[in-house]
Each structure stands twice: as C-alpha cells, then as structure tokens.
Ligand binder design. Structure first.
Ligand code: FMN
Length: 306
C-alpha cells in the first residue's frame, strides 16, 4: 500500500507536450505534478515550440512545473524571466540531460563536473525575486561522485526538492542505477528527494518507498509514456487508451500544417513510446505505414487486439 508518496510525471522531450499532459490528466490522472520538457535558448532566443508548451492557457487544470535546461546564466535568466512574466512561481532546473551535443557544451548533466558554473547559474537565478526552484539531476557527467560538490551549492537556491536519476550522463539511458549513491544522497541531503529511473509498476514504487521511506516520492518517464494508466490501473481500459490516443492524434491532425506526411511522422514517433506491450505485428505495421490511411488501419487493428 503506497501512502504519502508523490507520483510525478517525468518530462520526455517531444513526447510529454502540453497536449499529452492535458489528455493524461483528464483521462488517467493519478499524477501529483507534471514537468515540461526543458526549455532552451537557441541562437539567443527562446524556441517557439517551448513558448507554446508553457503558455498558461495550454496548461490549465493540470498541476504543472516548467523546466529550463541548465546553461549559461544569461540564457537561463532569459528563460526564467519569460516564465515569471507568464505567472510561474516555481521552475525546475535540468542538470540531467545526457545528450552529448548538449552536455558537451556544459549544459544539463554536462555542467555537473563544473561546480563553479553551477554556482554562477544558481546565484543568477536566485537574484530574480519571487521564484522558487527545484532541481532534476544525475549523479555526474562521467563520474558518479560529482553530485557531492553540487549538493554543497544547493543552499544558494534552497530547492523545494531534488529529483535524482542515480546514474551518470555518460550512462545515457542504458546504465544500471547506482543505488548506493542514492542511499548516500538520502543520508546527506538537506532537501526532499524524489527517486527517478526504470520504474515499471506500482510494485516498484512500493519497493522504493519501503527502502527509502523518507523521500518525497518518485517520478516516472518511459513506463508512463508506454502505459499512461500505470498510476491508476483501474483506468487501464481499451476505451481509455483509445480516447487518450485520439485526443493526441486529433490535435496534431488539426494543428500541424506540413500535410499528411508530417502528421504521420509525428504519430509514428508517438508510437515509439506508447503501448509498448501491445501486439507486435500491429506495432510494426504502424511503424512501416507510408500513408495516413495505412497508418489508421494499423492503429485500428492494434486497438482491436487490446
Ligand atoms: C526521449 C526522452 C526525452 C527526455 N527529455 C527530458 C527532458 O526534456 N527533461 C528532463 O529532465 N528529462 C528528460 N528525459 C529524462 C526523463 O525525464 C527521465 O529522467 C528518464 O527517462 C529516466 O526515467 P525513466 O526510467 O522513468 O524513463 C528524457 C528521456 C527520454 C528517453
């Protein structure tokens, strides 16, 4: 029995967009808070896609925290100022992204080996009044001890909580989790911790909470993207999966302006994470479809097997 444990939704760039979050909250729910995929600055400017994703009108009635990618203080301040201007009072800082083109520029988990840069970032963010922060991080970039120096800087922003994916950036998404390091973090942290990584079921959550009863909760990424009913198995009906899928499909069919092919590509990437346990033959047909009509037929047969 899970008591007093927050179950949060982890951000997945390109997947857990405001469309996904809002459909999820309405049809499935069971999530204490959703985090946006990270915002970033490209060529000195916020990306249009990110601006749309965090618009307050796109996030109504969904408990939601916007996330920024840890980066140079001047860029981070631009993003935070934008969020503040849009009425947000709490922002999550991403010190976990392992994607090499980002990390090698000292952003995301690539900033973890450079406490001086993290200190400058935290100091700049703290100087903006009226905001609170949380952090989502890994243990380090290439060395699983780098979090120790970063934890010493947390008092600069007094985070409401720290989400930890206990592996290094270099592990990407394949490495085993370093549970000894997480254990150590639980012992020394002055701030509430949230566990992240490889959670597949409510049973996994129970085991984590039994092992570390003092943590604030857990956050789930890929398994929730695959089975949106993970936190609320009583809602795992074919009707709900179909309703959820249709909300997302109808949204992209109505808003993407690049024609059928663009909608097809967008939805095929959605199925790379959605219902991974569903019929393999149907999933393959969805992946291989070259027209919207063959795609829709493959989706219909998949739903017919649920
Ligand atoms: C495709 C993909 C995109 C991701 N995008 C983000 C992101 O924008 N921000 C972030 O903090 N983490 C991001 N993550 C990491 C997840 O939020 C999460 O930390 C990671 O997947 C481990 O949790 P899981 O094992 O439950 O999936 C991403 C992961 C994947 C696979």
């Amino acid at each position: 029995m899970i008591t007093s444990c927050q179950i949060l939704c982890a951000p997945l760039q390109g997947f857990t967009t405001h469309v996904w979050r809002s459909a999820h909250a309405r049809i499935f729910g069971g999530i204490h808070n959703y985090y946006s995929p990270f915002m970033r600055i490209e060529h000195g400017k916020l990306m249009n896609r990110d601006i749309i994703d965090v618009k307050p009108e796109n996030n109504q009635d969904v408990p939601f925290t916007p996330q920024i990618l840890a980066c140079a203080p001047s860029d981070a301040v631009k993003m935070v100022q934008h969020l503040k201007d849009n009425g947000y009072e709490h922002i999550n800082i991403n010190l976990g992204c392992p994607f090499p083109p980002i990390a090698l520029k000292h952003k995301g988990s690539g900033m973890l080996p450079y406490p001086q840069e993290v200190e400058e970032l935290f100091s700049a963010l703290k100087s903006i009044s009226g905001l609170s922060y949380s952090v989502k991080m890994r243990l380090g970039w290439q060395d699983a001890d780098q979090w120790r120096n970063i934890f010493q800087l947390m008092d600069l922003i007094t985070p409401t909580h720290i989400i930890v994916h206990p592996c290094t950036g270099k592990d990407q998404y394949k490495g085993n989790l370093n549970l000894e390091a997480f254990d150590e973090m639980v012992k020394v942290s002055h701030y509430p911790l949230i566990f992240n990584g490889n959670i597949q079921s409510l049973h996994d959550i129970e085991q984590i909470m039994l092992k570390w009863p003092s943590i604030q909760g857990v956050i789930i990424g890929r398994a929730l993207a695959s089975d949106p009913a993970l936190p609320c198995p009583e809602k795992a009906s074919p009707e709900n999966y179909r309703k959820f899928y249709l909300e997302i499909y109808n949204h992209y069919a109505a808003t993407l302006t690049g024609g059928e092919h663009q909608v097809l590509k967008k939805m095929q990437s959605f199925w790379e994470m959605f219902l991974l346990q569903a019929n393999r033959k149907c999933r393959k047909a969805i992946k291989k479809a070259t027209s919207i009509s063959s795609y829709e037929a493959a989706v219909e047969s998949l739903f017919g097997t649920l």
